[in-house]
Design a protein around this ligand. Structure first.
Ligand code: ASP
Length: 434
């Protein structure tokens, strides 16, 4: 019998996870789910994270050293960052337009506001403290943080992804500059390591349907009560509408306009990465799969994916920036604070920067939201208002973050002549089997 395509298996895993979670909630099996189901979800995420740093090292060294000359690298780097910032600014603007038209904060009643603040103020305080730690450093600190003083120390945490990227690009440049003969053994080693890691991703992905089942089941049993969700539904719908526009209209439009590839080509190619982004809420954890899908199914050559995607996972977060814009205005509306055009422009700027600064892990966007709120003078404890719905929205915005990276890598690839035909054309094929 023919095996079901991977994205269907993942979708079924997700649906069964939700059903299991709901049944567990009704029958009082929450503890059982947390003790016996959740760990499998954690193991799955750990496996994905485990592979992230080795993958970046192997594939980026290969990607950069394959470029042959430095001017190609700087050309690609400039375009990548330029398009990343542009898409982020557009995302913030879309968010602002929606939230200003729908005004979801005006409909939240005084009582609900008090209730939300009372139940989530402790959690909100923790996020505010985390953000304060980031802010207390000087303005050039992010630049200083980019350059690791010890590469082995840098590779010990997935949070240091940019430091690892810096070192690896540097090493790749060294490889381009020395004689080909001398560079060959190092290149061959990393080429082969790269193949091994891609195989490991295949193996990990075989467990994806079970992993997402466990993740969603435990999310459902750990979620706060539905009443609170309902109070925030209008705000959530604004965020989701904006995210849907990005995913289903904006990116496919860019892909179609600049690469002539159609909607379903793009969506089918990237969908397993999107489903994984949704289940894990982490662009970093999804990165290995994003890379493989963009390369094998969207036809982007390795030189581009290995450079554009790891950087994108850390700095390009269109979904996060859109969410931050909507959330900031929503909280201001709920507190009855009028925002001027100047304030809205400040949101465009700070949400763009805050999304760049957000780590590619669950909940990071909310920590950096504190900075946006501070910049427009909205009380930071207002975070408590949106806490209850943050996780589901995090799942959705991570999908956009990952889709945005894939879209930009297609555009950059096209502009440097590195967009070809996908290696895997038959969509019913199960996961890469070569
Ligand atoms: N979870 C998001 C990501 O990993 C970041 C965030 O918005 O919290 O892309």
């Amino acid at each position: 019998m023919k095996k079901l395509a991977l994205h269907w298996q993942i979708l079924i895993g997700m649906a069964l996870g939700v059903i299991f979670g709901l049944v567990a909630n009704t029958l009082g099996f929450q503890e059982f789910t947390i003790d016996w189901v959740k760990p499998f979800g954690s193991i799955f995420i750990n496996l994905l994270k485990l592979i992230a740093i080795p993958l970046i090292i192997a594939s980026l060294i290969k990607g950069v050293s394959d470029l042959q000359d430095i001017s190609k690298l700087s050309q690609m780097g400039g375009r990548t960052l330029g398009i990343y910032v542009l898409t982020t600014v557009i995302a913030v603007t879309i968010g602002l337009v929606i939230v200003n038209i729908a005004k979801p904060g005006n409909s939240i009643s005084e009582d609900t506001r008090k209730e939300l603040i009372a139940s989530f103020s402790g959690d909100a305080q923790k996020k505010i403290d985390d953000a304060a730690k980031t802010q207390s450093k000087g303005p050039l600190q992010p630049l200083v943080d980019l350059v690791p003083s010890n590469i082995f120390a840098a590779t010990t945490s997935n949070r240091n992804m940019l430091q690892v990227i810096f070192f690896v690009v540097f090493l790749g440049i060294g490889l381009i500059l020395i004689e080909k003969e001398k560079a060959k053994p190092v290149k061959d080693f990393f080429d082969s390591l790269n193949e091994v890691i891609l195989k490991l991703i295949d193996l990990i992905m075989m467990a994806a349907p079970y992993g997402v089942f466990a993740l969603l089941a435990s999310l459902i049993v750990e979620a706060p009560s539905w009443d609170i969700f309902l109070a925030l539904i209008k705000y959530s719908l604004c965020v989701i509408l904006g995210l849907a526009i990005m995913t289903f209209v904006f990116y496919p439009f860019l892909v179609k306009t600049f690469t002539k590839k159609g909607f379903s080509f793009f969506m089918r190619g990237i969908s397993p990465a999107q489903l994984l982004a949704f289940s894990t809420s982490s662009s970093a954890a999804t990165l290995p799969v994003t890379m493989e899908r963009v390369e094998e199914h969207l036809g982007v050559e390795k030189e581009v994916t290995s450079f554009v995607l790891p950087i994108g996972a850390t700095v390009n977060m269109d979904g996060t920036s859109l969410y931050q814009a909507v959330a900031a205005v929503f909280i201001a509306q709920a507190f009855g604070i009028e925002l001027t055009i100047g304030d809205q422009l400040t949101i465009v700027m700070t949400a763009t920067l805050a999304s760049i600064g957000s780590a590619a892990v669950p909940g990071a966007g909310m920590v950096m939201l504190v900075i946006v709120l501070g910049a427009i003078g909205v009380p930071e404890f207002g975070l408590a208002l949106i806490f209850a719905v943050d996780r589901p929205l995090d799942m959705c915005r991570t999908v956009v973050n990952v889709t945005g990276d894939a879209c930009v890598s297609m555009l950059v690839a096209k502009s440097v002549g590195k967009l070809g035909d996908p290696k895997i054309k038959n969509w019913d094929d199960n996961y890469k089997t070569t």
